[in-house]
Ligand binder design. Structure first.
Ligand code: TZP
Ligand code: MG
Length: 211
């Protein structure tokens, strides 16, 4: 079973000139224990190139690599899994292609979607956006922390909270019951990426201890 605490997703629009390898390596140094390549713009070849680089990097540190959307690229670089949204290839089809041993993560915005993902054999679900975010173009209205509570009551596979999560509001998300946090802009846009991840982890660990 896949498990993790701090999930970092790429978002090069926040890098301010820093290169992708450096940014993600800093996140790993800060303790981020799963990485996703999420690339909405580049050509297949450009995405493949980044995936290859991140595969090498994540292998070095023994951190799982998840590829968003591109199942072919995930297979080509032997990523640990894929992450799919509600408009992507359905879970059942994706599983046929990627096989039983790879991780499949599914974005969910409602308890119905969460149930369906669990039933379909997802390895984890994303739960969000918890707060408003500008990091995603087709973003739906925030689901708020009440959705975390619904998921906790009913869903048994791991879930990760995402969307607008910052160091200043993560406590609210943790208090609602999340134990896994995902962020793009707060991590990859930080001047101190490593320090930001460390601070997230202090909060996550503190909340776990008091649970
Ligand atoms: N899925 C739901 S919200 C979101 C994604 C990919 C964007 C999260 O980015 P940020 O910058 O952490 O709000
Ligand atoms: Mg997608």
């Amino acid at each position: 079973m896949v498990d993790f605490k701090l999930y970092t997703i790429t978002g090069e629009q926040f890098h301010e000139g820093r290169d992708l390898k450096h940014v993600m390596e800093e996140a790993i140094h800060g303790g981020s224990d799963i990485i996703q390549l999420r690339e909405k713009k580049g050509s297949k070849r450009e995405v493949l190139k980044k995936a290859r680089m991140l595969r090498e990097l994540t292998k070095k540190y023994n951190v799982p690599l998840i590829v968003n959307d591109h199942i072919d690229i995930a297979l080509a670089v032997d990523a640990d899994g894929i992450h799919l949204g509600q408009d992507d290839l359905p879970l059942e089809e994706a599983r046929k292609i990627i096989g039983p041993n790879k991780i499949i993560g599914i974005s969910t915005h409602s308890i119905e979607e969460a149930r369906e993902a669990e039933k379909g054999g997802a390895d984890y679900i994303g739960v969000g956006p918890i707060f408003p975010t500008n990091s995603k173009d087709d973003v739906v209205d925030p689901v708020t922390t009440s959705y975390i509570k619904e998921v906790m009551n009913e869903i048994t596979i791991p879930f990760v909270a995402i969307g607008g999560i910052k160091l200043h509001n993560v406590d609210e998300v943790l208090e609602a019951g999340a134990t896994r946090i995902c962020a793009i802009s707060e991590i990859v846009g930080s001047e101190d990426i490593k320090g930001t991840c460390e601070e997230f982890l202090v909060k996550i660990n503190r909340s776990k201890e008091s649970a």
